[in-house]
Design a binder for this molecule. Structure first.
Ligand SMILES: Cc1cc2nc3c(=O)[nH]c(=O)nc-3n(C[C@H](O)[C@H](O)[C@H](O)COP(=O)(O)OP(=O)(O)OC[C@H]3O[C@@H](n4cnc5c(N)ncnc54)[C@H](O)[C@@H]3O)c2cc1C
Length: 454
């Protein structure tokens, strides 16, 4: 069982003693370490799949160092890692040679091996990328070539008859068949990484929102090692965690975590909410595997798709609308700081101007689900408005530069900042970062070793 130590508020011996009484036993190492130590060699901020995979990789490579993972929510992986399509991507879409291409293909292979080893459930149910209009066929063929260049295994092009054999209710002129695409519950995978981390001796603390990362001016109270742990992480109540090195993996808040360490807030994160529809159970027969459109190369999102879920449900979507709150999962969720940050950011103003029609269309389809169903009917004509219900939503962390360009690739950045070479930020980890998580963790750990001289 994963054990979280909640709310390390006042780091006095008395409060630690009180905490230890309320925390379930096992794994004992985690609790013991927190009770006896307020200092750590490495602190990881952010308990999503990227932070957890990276913390796991680092502790497995360096079992003699002490690690703490700090997460602001009461539970791990509640944001992007717990609100996504649940697809194990095979690596078709990404620019050959990019980190995304390399880490997705390697990450998917590693993910399947990990799931097998841990006995975690998944389905290799495959995916069709379907061209329904003639003008989409050249783009589909280009995707096939891209997939080959990225070393995606077993890709084939199939015709209309092949599509019907794979998906009897789907119509299309031609499709790219990717049998190695799968589905999994990425939150469950995140929690399995957390368990590995804790079993290796790592400490997980939830309910701790880092609000400052700085070089300390004094050694910790009662410390015998002087300034061995010069980085002071504090939350809004002033609770301090001291460490030698810090890795931030803040997802929707990666720019703010960078900023509080004195590094650049750019690229900025702009939140895009994706609303899903769900298929009514009596219509599940319409969809067997993943069905995706040919993506529009102008946008980073893959377009609304049909995705079977591990619990047997089928999700349709998501769209992509600008969210007024970074972790706002409802249409009217609003946060003045998030909204203001986005509104006054030149990069976003430029992006909105460039893509006004597209943005308005996405908002319209978010409000009027009939318009969304119309798009989906291009693939499954039998689908009707009566067959769907509004479903859950996810919010994507989209990094954006000041010229309004979407940052497409993963970005892992040391930055030039107050805490110097002691910090490493995961700045941009959009889809397929869940699929790529174990491979991202290798790159992050390599970079941490290089920077931190581990
Ligand atoms: C709608 C949607 C669909 C997607 N579909 C897929 C898919 O099918 N397949 C795939 O591979 N990928 C998919 N992705 C992408 C994938 O889910 C994300 O790339 C991945 O989960 C990112 O993980 P993360 O750890 O970087 O971010 P998150 O999961 O968001 O984790 C960041 C964590 O940092 C914590 N945090 C932030 N600030 C602080 C602070 N100050 N102090 C302490 N903690 C803090 C947050 O609470 C959060 O838990 C999808 C994403 C979305 C949104």
């Amino acid at each position: 069982m994963v054990v979280y130590v909640k709310m390390i508020r006042n780091l006095s011996s008395a409060s630690f003693a009180a905490l230890s009484a309320t925390v379930p036993k096992s794994p004992a190492t985690c609790l013991t370490r927190l009770v006896h130590s307020r200092t750590y060699d490495v602190a990881v901020i952010g308990g999503g799949i990227v932070g957890l995979a990276s913390a796991r990789e680092l502790i497995l490579r360096h079992p003699t160092l002490s690690f703490i993972l700090l997460e602001k929510e009461k539970e791990l992986a509640l944001h992007q890692s717990g609100h996504n399509s649940g697809v194990i991507h095979s690596g078709i879409y990404y620019t050959p040679g990019s980190l995304k291409a390399r880490l997705c293909v390697r990450g998917a292979t590693m993910a399947y091996k990990y799931l097998d080893k841990k006995g975690l459930p998944y389905k290799r149910c495959g995916k069709l990328i379907v061209a329904v209009e003639r003008e989409e066929i050249p783009r589909l063929k280009a995707l096939y070539e891209r997939g080959q260049k990225n070393n995606v295994q077993d890709l084939t092009m199939i015709d209309a008859k092949g599509i019907r054999e794979r998906e009897p209710f789907c119509r299309g002129l031609m499709a790219l068949d990717s049998p190695n695409t799968g589905i999994v519950d990425w939150r469950q995978v995140s929690l399995a990484y957390a368990k590995d981390f804790q079993e290796a001796g790592g400490t997980v603390v939830t309910g701790y929102e880092a609000s400052d990362i700085a070089m300390a001016k004094e050694s910790p109270a009662g410390a015998t090692e002087g300034m061995k742990y010069p980085i002071a992480i504090r939350d809004s109540k002033g609770t301090e965690v001291r460490c030698q090195y810090v890795l931030t993996c803040g997802g929707l808040f990666s720019d703010r975590l960078s900023q509080i360490s004195g590094c650049s807030p750019e690229p900025r994160i702009v939140p895009f909410r994706g609303d899903y529809l769900v298929l009514k159970p009596e219509k599940h027969y319409l969809v067997k595997g993943n069905i995706y459109p040919v993506p529009d190369p102008k946008f980073p999102f893959l377009g609304v798709h049909f995705t079977p879920r591990m619990d047997g449900s089928v999700w349709l979507g998501p769209n992509a609308v600008l969210a007024f709150k970074r972790e706002g999962y409802k249409m009217y969720d609003f946060d003045i700081r998030d909204f203001g940050n986005a509104l006054f950011f030149r990069g976003l103003q430029k992006l909105v101007l460039k893509n006004l029609a597209y943005g308005v269309g996405e908002m319209y389809r978010g409000v009027f689900i009939g318009a969304q169903v119309k798009i989906l009917q291009r693939f499954i004509p039998e689908l009707s408005l009566r067959d769907v219900l509004r479903g859950p939503a996810g919010v994507r962390a989209q990094a954006l530069d000041r010229d309004g360009n979407l940052v497409d690739d993963f970005v892992f950045d040391g930055g030039v900042c107050d805490v110097g070479s002691r910090v490493l930020h995961v700045r941009n980890a959009p889809s397929p970062a869940a699929t790529s998580s174990l491979a991202i963790a290798e790159v992050v750990a390599d970079e941490a070793e290089r920077r931190f001289l581990l």
